[in-house]
Design a protein around this ligand. Structure first.
Ligand SMILES: Nc1nc2c(c(=O)[nH]1)N[C@H]1C(S)=C(S)[C@@H](COP(=O)(O)OP(=O)(O)OC[C@H]3O[C@@H](n4cnc5c(=O)[nH]c(N)nc54)[C@H](O)[C@@H]3O)O[C@H]1N2
Ligand SMILES: Nc1nc2c(c(=O)[nH]1)N[C@H]1C(S)=C(S)[C@@H](COP(=O)(O)OP(=O)(O)OC[C@H]3O[C@@H](n4cnc5c(=O)[nH]c(N)nc54)[C@H](O)[C@@H]3O)O[C@H]1N2
Ligand code: SF4
Ligand SMILES: [Mo]
Length: 706
């Protein structure tokens, strides 16, 4: 198994042109990839029910990385003498890894090794990675970047509905909503083709309300923009429910028939009169009332949250407050209505269902559930008692690396935490303290640049697999061509390592076979894929989980009759506003929040290397209000420093009246001195482990250059 993995020939794959999906975000826009006679690969739009032929600039340019000059095509090993990364053979690289893993595990045992995955991996890879960690390495320390992304909404969904599926209804429902409330979501930049649904919604006479501290491209299209102080959404939600109660808009029959626990929530929001929420958030009472009316009196009503509401140390409670509101209004399960969360990464949904998460086994099963362990161990052919227990969430894991009690080796597949983790300078130090850092990537990310061993992997157009989009719809990613010589797929890497580590289970390299195994492992779990097959996906526009049987239906809409709780009822949970983990003070008087721009993706490893995207968004910037800039004596384009208790970033000021004067914003797509995460707070949500990316206290200073 030392040569490159062979891509498979499977149903649906035609040579030279394939129908596939974009490699980036969770919208997973349909696209056609064509290999021209010259070998160049072009992207063509494709009709798919979610994007309806639309693509954003990132999708259009995605193929540019396939033949990029900076593409990794050989393993790299750090040379002990020079400290440089040098090309090496696969055999040397894999041997170095196995020797290193054995060395660190020799004394302390299996938990001396950790694995970090990503929500961009296909279902097959996410599944194989979890299985590899639990059976080949036998470590409990595996987690992934979805912890930085989806975890707060996931935890809130689990506790209210008993299941976590980003959208429990088709995306197309947005187009027919009478009222649509977007909380901390900027799809005009983060999922541009989704805006077609918003346009359709408004053309039909629907009302769009956006809650964002910035007047974003999305908020500009709204009928009403609420511009709260970051970190105050929970108070806003409680006030909206307070108004709905006072006005008699609560759906008493629904609450009685389909939910439990309302009384405690009713009592707690009684204290959230609108003026109190206005004092905290700055959102005028009149706007709160208008919003509550639009939600409480319309027929088809959808409430969506995204990272702006979720990436807080109280993210789970904030989402819960909006779920409470949705339940009180009788939305979940009502046709055309509901609560949902906009999942972010390409396979953010599937990536959290099949075992990369510290506490989970495939099928969204709990790793501490004896029956789940029995079932999955049976599929893997190992005794259940050999499976490790739950590990720890991503930030805690990263922050423990190289410490006396923490893991001494780390394998990274599909993440770049040096840029994307909160308080990143500290995490960078932890990574440097490791005895062994292994990174599998197709480009030399900032994290790969620190590694002892770098393994070059295939890109999306070079391997088959499945992705689960933001609607819970399982899609087929189809290979257009083979990986370049010297490059292997992630599945082939894991299989080879497993063999060298003498793992008991088989690790197939053919994604078709891996998916087949995943189906069996997920059977009977909350995210049941047993009836999903590649052939069935090919025959329709994807298959929606749960789908337990080959000939039974799939589930585009959840919650029509019951919730996924033992008694079928949804759960209310009273939640209280609390301040951000770090509040402003005389030394750090401004609120700092972070997010995205259209032309860059995540840590930027991929999109910073695409020429058109680099032209569109060449550098980081600090967005600040002209009034604030004047006080600071800063002109547009001048370099500024954003300083927090943890570190600083430097970037040019971008003056804009779109942001609150008490708040500054920076995108997080850049490393080095412009790294937003040098500044962010590493406080995490107690339930989900989600870091507080969206608020901390800073000061902004002019950089006086010589
Ligand atoms: N172009 C692009 N698209 C992407 C990505 C990308 O990196 N680039 N990443 C993908 C991924 S993984 C994700 S998770 C999604 C994220 O998609 P979004 O959640 O839409 O993106 P963000 O920009 O992180 O945050 C959304 C908004 O939250 C606002 N915000 C900040 N603080 C608060 C607050 O306290 N309350 C409220 N209500 N709003 C606040 C910000 O101003 C921002 O406009 O995007 C996906 N799509
Ligand atoms: N300040 C701040 N920080 C944030 C956020 C924020 O809003 N503000 N958002 C957070 C969120 S929501 C997210 S999702 C994270 C994302 O941040 P990261 O986890 O760093 O995500 P990516 O930048 O997508 O990193 C993916 C890496 O894996 C590589 N890769 C892609 N596909 C594959 C594959 O199939 N196999 C392998 N082996 N490698 C692959 C890419 O080249 C890239 O280097 O950032 C978080 N960090
Ligand atoms: S919206 Fe997302 S999936 Fe669609 S083309 Fe852009 S990055 Fe790709
Ligand atoms: Mo994300």
């Amino acid at each position: 198994m030392t040569d490159g993995a062979q891509p498979t020939t499977r149903p649906g794959r035609t040579p030279r042109e394939v129908a596939t999906h974009c490699p980036y975000c969770a919208l997973q826009c349909g696209m056609t990839l064509r290999e021209e006679e010259t070998g160049a690969v072009t992207v063509l739009p494709r009709q798919f029910p979610t994007n309806r032929g639309g693509l954003c600039q990132k999708g259009w340019t995605a193929a540019e990385l396939l033949d990029h000059p900076e593409r990794l095509t050989t393993p790299l090993l750090r040379d002990p003498a020079s400290g440089e990364l040098r090309p090496a053979s696969w055999d040397a690289a894999l041997n170095r890894i196995v020797t290193g893993l054995r060395a660190v595990q020799a004394g302390p045992g299996p938990d001396a090794v950790a694995v970090f995955g990503g929500g961009g991996l296909t279902n097959e890879k996410a599944y194989a990675l979890g299985k590899f960690a639990r059976t080949a390495l036998r470590t409990r320390y595996i987690d992934y970047n979805g912890r930085f992304c989806m975890s707060s909404a996931a935890a809130a969904g689990m506790r209210a509905f008993g299941v976590d599926r980003g959208l429990p209804f088709p995306l197309a429902d947005l187009g027919s909503a009478d009222t649509l409330l977007l909380v901390g979501a900027n799809p005009a930049e983060t999922m541009p083709p989704l805006v077609r649904w918003l346009t359709e919604q408004r053309q039909r006479g629907g009302k769009l309300i956006v809650v964002d501290p910035r007047l974003t491209a999305t908020a500009r299209q709204a009928d009403l923009h609420l511009q709260p102080l970051p970190g105050t959404d929970l108070a806003v939600a409680n006030a909206l429910l307070h108004i709905a109660l006072t006005e008699g808009w609560v759906d008493r029959d629904y609450v009685a028939a389909r939910t439990t626990g309302f009384e405690a929530v009713r009592r707690s929001v009684a204290a959230w009169w609108p003026a109190r929420a206005e004092a905290l958030s700055g959102v005028p009472v009149a706007d709160l009332e208008e919003t509550a009316r639009a939600l409480g009196t319309a027929d088809r009503v959808i409430i969506l949250t995204a990272r702006g509401a979720e990436q807080h140390a109280k993210g789970v409670d904030t989402v819960t407050a909006f779920v409470n509101l949705a339940l009180a209004l009788g939305l979940p399960g009502r046709p055309g209505s509901g609560y949902g969360c906009l999942t972010g990464q390409g396979n953010g949904q599937g990536g959290r269902e099949h075992g990369q998460k510290a506490d989970q086994l495939p099928g969204y099963r709990r790793i501490d559930d004896p029956a789940a362990r029995e079932h999955v161990a049976g599929v893997w052919g190992v005794p259940a008692e050999e499976l490790p227990g739950p590990g720890v969430p991503a930030y805690r894991l990263l922050d423990s690396l190289g410490t006396p009690d923490g893991p001494k080796a780390l394998l990274v597949f599909g993440s770049n935490p040096v840029v994307s983790a909160p308080r990143a300078a500290r995490i960078e130090r932890r990574l440097r303290d490791l005895d062994l850092l292994v990174v599998a990537d197709f480009l030399l990310s900032e994290t790969a640049a620190l590694a002892d061993v770098v393994l070059p992997t295939a890109q999306w157009a070079e391997e088959d697999g499945t992705m689960t989009n933001l609607e819970g719809r399982v899609l087929r990613r189809r290979a257009l061509r083979e990986p370049p010589p010297g490059v292997r797929t992630d599945l082939a890497i894991l299989a080879d390592l497993a063999q060298r580590l003498a793992a008991k289970p088989e690790f197939p390299t053919d994604p078709y076979l891996v998916f087949d195994e995943l189906r069996r492992a997920s059977a009977g779990g909350p995210a049941d894929y047993a009836g999903v097959s590649w052939e069935r996906i090919d025959a329709a526009d994807g298959v929606w989980w749960p789908c337990p049987t080959d000939d039974g239906p799939d589930t585009p809409r959840l919650f029509a009759d019951r919730f996924a709780t033992p008694d079928g009822l949804a759960r209310f949970h009273p939640v209280e506003h609390r301040p951000a983990a770090e509040e402003v003070c005389a030394d750090y008087p401004l609120h700092f929040t972070t997010g995205r721009v259209l032309a860059q993706y995540q840590s930027g490893t991929q999109t910073r290397r695409v020429a058109a995207l680099r032209r569109a968004a060449p550098d980081a910037f600090v967005e600040l209000h002209p009034d604030l800039a004047e006080r600071l004596g800063v002109a547009d384009g001048e370099p500024v420093r954003v300083v927090s208790r943890r570190g600083e970033l430097r970037a040019p000021a971008r003056l804009s009246t779109a942001i609150r004067p008490d708040t500054v914003f920076a995108p997080f797509h850049w490393g080095g001195t412009a790294r937003a995460n040098s500044v962010t707070n590493d406080a995490v949500d107690p339930v989900s482990g989600m870091p507080e990316f969206k608020i901390c206290a800073v000061r902004v200073e002019r950089v006086d250059e010589p």
